[in-house]
Design a protein around this ligand. Structure first.
Ligand SMILES: [Mg+2]
Length: 177
């Protein structure tokens, strides 16, 4: 089994961030996402979906709704359900103790251990400071994309040029070896 891992944020990275999306009919792929994911798989990366969904902790929607949105996304990406080695939906609301919610690195660290990944061959890709923070805390590589709510130029790690920024996930994936 490959030791390369790719941890991917969902909203603003693979699909358009519609904020507390709970309806699978609302899933809209970001252009290039499907090709990017296919490329990563063809290069032998194990894929991990890592998404903060505070709408669950806030009582706005259920965990089942988040699973349904994920399933629709996987289908639209042209993948089968087992294409992602694992999926972490962090349900904590803003006032809950933080367990898996990014920037917690817990899911990344547990996945590295559980699946025998090489941290030096792992990436976390996302559109927010929380994504970058999780990568930094887990000591894996980070990349930012410009398809979310946040201008990555505002992130300190980007300003310090320790984190590269790509137009979108597809552009990032095109750089993978
Ligand atoms: Mg995001």
């Amino acid at each position: 089994m490959t030791r390369k891992g790719l941890f991917i944020d969902r909203d603003g990275t693979l699909i358009v961030d519609k904020v507390y999306l709970a309806d699978p009919a609302g899933v809209e792929l970001i252009p290039g996402a499907a090709a990017g994911v296919a490329r990563a798989l063809s290069l032998g990366y194990q894929l991990f979906l890592f998404t903060n969904q505070s709408g669950i902790g806030r009582g706005l929607h259920t965990l089942a709704a988040a699973h349904a949105v994920n399933a629709r996304m996987v289908e639209m990406l042209g993948l089968n359900p087992s294409s992602f080695t694992d999926i972490c939906i962090a349900p904590e609301g803003p006032n809950d103790p933080r367990v898996y919610r990014k920037p917690s690195p817990r899911f990344i660290l547990e996945s590295i251990d559980r699946h025998g990944l090489d941290p030096q061959q792992c990436w976390m890709v996302g559109d927010s400071a929380a994504d970058i923070g999780a990568a930094v805390a887990a000591k894996i590589r980070a990349a930012a994309v410009r398809t979310g709510k946040i201008d990555p130029a505002t992130l300190p790690e980007v300003a310090a040029q320790t984190v590269p920024v790509y137009a979108d996930f597809g552009a990032f994936a095109a750089t993978l070896a």
